[in-house]
Ligand binder design. Structure first.
Ligand code: ADP
Length: 492
């Protein structure tokens, strides 16, 4: 019996999971690592600590599963996206801390690019909006700021990578400098349709080609890791959200998943069509495998499960996050109360950095229950807005929404989500969809699984929430929500 080892390198922790052929979890190991905030708006990770924790949990998971390297058919990697590392090709030492995706230090540079009229060209090539979120401006910042970096890059001494690239470099003893198209598509340097680094964008940001990794398929052997004197193929690589889309078996156009974590990440598979958004969504590579590239539309909501944390920590209405369900169920409906959690502005499809949170429709009858209910409903309303924008962009109608993430455990929320959308919301048994997706991409590459339908057969429903609300009522509620959202805009 052999297994697949999946590495899930996230923003706050490194994890490793051992899966079997049925996609069942045999072992999990997890280690948190330090978050560095050197200045307001800056977020950094120590790349050496990322590698140390990732390597540590890899061995720990194998020990827990009581397996050796010879029992592992392949390794797959899912990673926090956009986070940027620059290192010395000879010593393997980073020149500086990694600049994390949340880091806003390059916002002024992005404003300048926008003011200079580059938005349309960048969107057309990369599928992205100009934002400090993506790797390109972070890499430029490192090259411009670290003493001697530009000169050394020109001499070919430096390597750039997102976290997938950094891990594979270390796993292969510095012999492989590679990334996959799903990660490359988050750099703002990669033409997603041509499938290549783009010379105009490299020139615009003054990035020398010599620092860039080679782009290899998301599913395919891209290197080997020597473990206990065995060579184990590294055969799968994808950004965490794209990996989750694959792990949810959203393999064909029209299938979508939503991850309900701190925020929400929605991805809709659009097949081999890179759909241009007219509704402020991102177009991204889903994965490249078996000689073909698939694309997705992506929309993110900044505050989702975090609104429940706010009820717990800010308002102290509940002691634990799961308690919100009983509190919300203590009332029949929202009683006309709407809570817009624009605590950090609004993401897709509004993109208003100046919006702020508000509660509307309060009367003497409003209770803690109504506020809890309004908080949960806000997660579903925001998701519905993004999905509406996606369906408009893609010209597709959703058949069902597959869900994962911490807040997907909330049955009241999931039922309300199905009611609002008018399509079934489906929660799978294995919620480790990110790691599973990376594992599947790896296993498919080495023939551990035959084809996509083989892995899709492992996807089992835990619970299916059927829409039960009339479409008129759903539209009325969504209309009230829209009115509330409009009133929060431009506040700060
Ligand atoms: P992340 O990966 O972003 O840290 P997780 O997927 O671990 O997020 O989910 C954690 C989030 O889910 C928290 O914001 C928490 O408030 C929320 N959450 C957890 N359990 C529930 C629940 N039963 N109902 C609603 N929200 C929940």
């Amino acid at each position: 019996m052999s297994f697949i080892l999946a590495l899930d390198q996230g923003t706050t922790s490194s994890r490793a999971l051992v899966f079997d052929h049925q996609g069942r979890v045999h072992a999990v190991a997890q280690q948190e690592f330090a978050q560095h905030f050197p200045q307001p708006g800056w977020v950094e990770h120590d790349p050496m600590e990322i590698w140390a924790t990732q390597s540590g949990v890899l061995h720990e998971a194998m020990a827990k599963a009581r397996i050796g390297a010879a029992d592992i058919a392949a390794i797959g990697i899912a990673n926090q996206r956009e986070t940027t590392v620059l290192w010395d090709r000879v010593t393997g030492k980073p020149l500086a801390n990694a600049i994390v995706w949340q880091d806003r230090r390059t916002a002024p540079l992005c404003d300048a690019l926008r003011a200079a009229g580059h938005a349309a060209n960048i969107a057309a090539k990369t599928g992205l909006v100009i934002d400090a979120y993506f790797s390109g401006t972070k890499l430029k910042w490192l090259l411009d700021t670290v003493p001697g970096a530009r000169l050394r890059a020109a001499r070919g001494e430096l390597a750039f990578g997102t976290i997938d690239t950094w891990l594979v470099w270390n796993m292969t003893g510095g012999t492989r400098h590679v990334t996959d198209p799903s990660n490359a598509s988050r750099t703002m340097l990669y033409d997603i349709r041509a499938g290549a680094w783009d010379d105009d964008l490299l020139a615009l940001l003054d990035i020398p080609r010599s620092v860039l990794p080679q782009v290899t398929p998301s599913s395919g052997v891209c290197g080997e890791m020597v473990l206990d004197a065995s060579r184990v193929p590294i055969a799968g690589m994808a950004g965490d959200q794209q990996a989750a889309l694959f792990g949810q078996a959203c393999h064909s156009p029209g299938l979508a998943k939503n991850t309900y974590g701190t925020g929400c990440f929605l991805l809709l598979n659009t097949g081999d069509r890179a759909v241009t958004s007219h509704n402020k969504l991102l177009t991204t590579v889903a994965w490249q495998r078996a000689g073909r590239t698939d694309y997705a539309l992506e929309g993110s909501v900044f505050i989702a499960g975090a609104v429940v944390q706010w009820l717990r920590d800010g308002l102290q209405l509940i002691r634990t996050a799961p308690e919100v369900e009983a509190l919300a169920a203590s009332v029949q409906d929202n009683g006309g109360v709407y809570l817009v959690p624009a605590f950090a502005g609004l993401g897709a499809p509004h993109w208003d950095a100046y919006a702020r949170g508000a509660i509307f429709g309060l009367t003497r009858g409003a209770s803690a229950g109504h506020i809890a209910r309004a908080a949960l409903e806000s997660i579903a309303f925001q998701t519905a807005e993004v999905l509406a924008a996606m369906q408009k962009d893609a010209g597709m109608t959703l058949k069902e929404l597959r869900v994962d993430g911490g807040a997907a455990a909330n049955n009241l929320l999931m039922q309300f989500q199905a009611d609002l959308l008018g399509v079934p919301v489906v929660r799978p048994k294995v919620l480790e969809t990110t790691a599973l997706g990376a594992g599947y991409l790896a296993g498919l590459a080495v023939g551990y699984w035959k084809d996509a339908s083989d892995v899709a057969a492992n996807w089992h429903v835990d619970r299916r929430f059927e829409p039960a609300m009339s479409r008129e009522h759903a539209a009325e509620l969504q209309g009230r929500w829209s009115k509330a959202v409009e009133r929060t805009k431009g506040w700060a």
